[in-house]
Each structure stands twice: as structure tokens, then as C-alpha cells.
Design a protein around this ligand. Structure first.
Ligand code: PLP
Ligand code: COI
Length: 339
């Protein structure tokens, strides 16, 4: 067996045993293939390599308290990948192929599923790429769908402890009518200047404002933003934010914790009035934010005075994890278990 320190797992790529592949050629999807190679044999003129015809997803499988394997809301990831594919004119993956590929990838790599109680999970990464050769800028007619898995801990080394975020105003991850609402590789390339800038100033992630007016909050690196005040969970409504499945789940769940929900444009100045703020996403889970510095304007917003996460973020975090790990009944029907 492997001798991984599961409880201290970083969010890094870790080789597992098998991945799943499926080709779209001559107008149809082929059979699922199981591979133990980490490499793809790709045409050098594939549109994914030149023109960014690429979309991906990220979801997690958890080892439940009673020993089952629990996949969280895969259908939502399937729907988002379908939207991403259509958004950049790729062939969407049929639902049955998506489901079979992710379940197979998890099952075949079960020995890499972190044990219950370690706080780690098996991250599932589906990938859809334009594999056909083109030299003109146009959608190709061959696609490759790949699913691999890798065991991960939380995205931020701080775990569930307050992180520091920097507002970056001199680069944008997306444009108002761009591809920000899709999970496509180009957005992540465009987010690197902001990530680099925030890191070089000693901050964990950049906070992006709306690209047009720089007035409203969009999102945080690879996670959505939320703020808490007056017993209300508030999260930005913006056409250039990735619709997070974690955020959607929190919005559905917090009324049961007695909170109201508001999804609306959030002006930057409102940062002054939040009692708690945080980032949420599959990789990020829920990351409380202790400080936000506006790098260009110089203003600093502080939240955590004692270095601890706020009480509301803590309640949300605990409930989400309890559902994911099967410690609490999944009354929302979010988890599908594999034997
Ligand atoms: N925003 C961006 C840009 C992301 O890459 C992610 C990660 O998927 C999220 C938000 C969070 O989305 P989800 O909760 O579906 O993982
Ligand atoms: C996820 O949360 O699943 C993500 O995709 C984040 C990733 C870009 C690191």
C-alpha cells in the first residue's frame, strides 16, 4: 500500500494507477478506454494546443464515515462542462459517458482515496480537448475526453484558517462578455498575472473586480466570494464569475442554518461592512478571509481579529463537510455513493 501522509496532503498532482479516455471522431463518441499512461499522444496542430479549445472540471470523491465512496454533485459538474463545451464550440460529452468515466476512474483508483478522518479527498479532473488538427482559427471536429484522479488536501495550505487576499486592478481574468462563466483553460492563463502579483506581495490569492468598471467584486482566484452580515449570506451576481457548485450548495443549505441569501452585485466598498468574508470552491472548500488589501488603492479591510475563522463561516464549513463525509444525513440528495 502507499505510505502517504493523508492528513497533510497538499493540493498537488499525485500519480494514481489509471485514467479513462474517450474519443469523438467521425461524428461519434467511441468506447471508454482505461489507460495507465500519464501521457496523451496528441497531434501537434490540435486546437487545444494553439487556440485553447479546452474545458475541465473539478469534483471530489470522499471516503464516508461508514466506509462508502461518496461523489459530490457530479451532475452539476456534468452540466457545467456541457455549458463550457458549447461556450467554445466543442462537442459536449454525453451524460452517460461522463458518469461512467468518473465512476470508473474513482473505482479503479480506490486505493488512492484518502481514508475517512484525514480531511483529504480524491479530486476528479475531467478534461475535454480539441484534438483535431487545424491551422485556421475554427472549432475542430475531433475531441478527447479524459478523466484522471489525484488525492488532495485543501487548496490553501492554511486549511480552515484565515487567508490574506489582494485586490488586483492591473490585470483581468476575463472580460464582461468573455468566457469567465465557463471553466476553460484560457481563463486560468489570464488569471496568472493576478496570482503572481498577489503572491509577490505576500497574499494567498487575487480578488478580481468586474473588468468593465472595477466597481464590483467578481471572484477570488479559483473560488467564489461570499460575505456575511446581518444574518445574510451575500455572494456576487456577475456574468463573468464561474458558477461555483460549492457556492450553489451553500446557498441552498444556509436557509437551514437560519441565514438569508442574497445573490447580487457586491460593490467593493461593501467590504467595509461585512462581519465575515470567505472564498468557496471544490478545491478551496471554504476558506475564511482574514484580510483583504487593495494593492493599487492601498486600503486594507480586516476581518479576523483573533486569527480564527468567524462563527458563521465555521457553521457552514462544518455542515458542508458533514454532508460530504456522510456524518450527517444528506437531505439535499447531493451525494451519490459507490459500493
Ligand atoms: N471560480 C473559479 C474560477 C474556479 O476555478 C472554481 C473551481 O472550480 C470555482 C470558482 C469554484 O467552483 P466549484 O465550487 O464548482 O468548484
Ligand atoms: C476546483 O475547485 O475544482 C478548481 O478547479 C480549482 C482549480 C483550478 C485549482
Amino acid at each position: 500500500m502507499n505510505n502517504i501522509d493523508w492528513s497533510n496532503l497538499p493540493f498537488d498532482y499525485y500519480k494514481t494507477d489509471y485514467n479513462i479516455r474517450c474519443h469523438f471522431r467521425e461524428g461519434k463518441w467511441g468506447e471508454l478506454e482505461v489507460s495507465s499512461s500519464e501521457y496523451l499522444n496528441l497531434h501537434m496542430a490540435a486546437t487545444a494546443l494553439h487556440y485553447g479549445q479546452e474545458a475541465f472540471e473539478g469534483m471530489k470523491a470522499f471516503r464516508g464515515k461508514n466506509g462508502d465512496i461518496r461523489i459530490f454533485r457530479w451532475e452539476e459538474n456534468f452540466k457545467r462542462m456541457e455549458r463550457s463545451a458549447r461556450g467554445i464550440f466543442m462537442e459536449p460529452v454525453p451524460k452517460e459517458i461522463f458518469r461512467e468515466a468518473i465512476f470508473k476512474a474513482v473505482k479503479l483508483n480506490e486505493r488512492w482515496l484518502p481514508p475517512y478522518g484525514t480531511g483529504a479527498a480524491l479530486y476528479i479532473r475531467p478534461l475535454l480537448i480539441g484534438s483535431g488538427a487545424e491551422i485556421g482559427v475554427k472549432p475542430t471536429d475531433e475531441y478527447l475526453f479524459v478523466v484522471f484522479v489525484t488525492p488532495v488536501g485543501p487548496y490553501f495550505k492554511e486549511g480552515f484558517n484565515p487567508i490574506k487576499i489582494a485586490i488586483v486592478r492591473d490585470s483581468d481574468r476575463t472580460a464582461p462578455l468573455g468566457t469567465g462563466m465557463f471553466k476553460v483553460g484560457g481563463n486560468y492563463a489570464a488569471s496568472l498575472p493576478g496570482i503572481k502579483k498577489s503572491k509577490s506581495e505576500g497574499y494567498t490569492q487575487p480578488l478580481y473586480l468586474d473588468a468593465k468598471e472595477k466597481k464590483y467584486i467578481d471572484e477570488i482566484g479559483a473560488a467564489n466570494f461570499f460575505g456575511i452580515k446581518n444574518n445574510t449570506y451575500i455572494t456576487p451576481d456577475s456574468s463573468s464569475v464561474l458558477p461555483s457548485i460549492t457556492n450553489k450548495s451553500i446557498m441552498e443549505m444556509v436557509p437551514d442554518l437560519g441565514l438569508k441569501v442574497e445573490k447580487r452585485p457586491v460593490p467593493v466598498e461593501e467590504l467595509d461592512s461585512f462581519e465575515e468574508v470567505g472564498a468557496c470552491g471544490t478545491a478551496a472548500i471554504i476558506a475564511p478571509i482574514g484580510e483583504i488589501k487593495d494593492l493599487n488603492e492601498g486600503h486594507t479591510y480586516t476581518y479576523s481579529k483573533d486569527g480564527k475563522p468567524g462563527p458563521v463561516s465555521t457553521k457552514i464549513y462544518k455542515k458542508l463537510l458533514a454532508i460530504q463525509y456522510g456524518e450527517e444525513e444528506d437531505t439535499y440528495g447531493w451525494v451519490e455513493s459507490l459500493e
